[in-house]
Design a protein around this ligand. Structure first.
Ligand code: SF4
Length: 155
């Protein structure tokens, strides 16, 4: 079993109440291979919610207390993002997940590249908070852009 970002299989859990439906991932869901999670909802955030970005670093910096997750209007939701990451990790461990398929660029789920905290669609290298915590716990992370790589490695 693997973890998947819930917005990728059609749950309307994005900040704007919409989703990022991906047909290939939905096929894996129907086969019973994926468990959906939305770390931001699991961390207590409402939907819809203000868009957030990591200010002052990446998910790794957030987990080490060096950066914050801030909304476009300036609310500090760092605690929710960390809680959502911890809840996701707990679930991943419960199902013995060895990998997760996560939504690219998100401050929670992003893998390899995330937005830079200026709300200007500028990307920097780094992971979202949840992706980073999963990696730290030896759970491999992929995005919807790497599905073929994931399939080759695990299916
Ligand atoms: S990217 Fe992650 S945190 Fe954001 S809506 Fe999708 S599942 Fe939830």
């Amino acid at each position: 079993m693997f973890i998947v970002s819930a917005c990728l299989i059609g749950n309307n859990c994005r900040y704007d109440g919409r989703n990022n439906y991906n047909k290939k991932l939905n096929e894996l869901l129907i086969k019973g291979l994926l468990i959906p999670v939305c770390p931001e909802q699991m961390g207590g955030m409402t939907t819809p919610r203000e868009p957030h970005e990591i200010i002052g670093g990446t998910g790794a910096d957030v987990l080490e207390g060096r950066a914050r997750v801030i909304s476009i209007k300036g609310s500090d939701s760092t605690i929710n993002f960390i809680k959502g990451a911890e809840e996701t990790l707990k679930l991943a461990k419960n199902i013995n997940a060895s990998a997760a398929l996560l939504k690219s660029k998100s401050p929670s789920c992003g893998v390899g590249r995330i937005y830079d905290g200026t709300f200007s669609k500028t990307l920097i290298n780094g992971n979202g908070v949840t992706a980073e915590l999963l990696l730290k716990n030896n759970i491999k992370v992929f995005t919807e852009e790497d599905i073929e790589e994931f399939i080759k490695a695990y299916l």
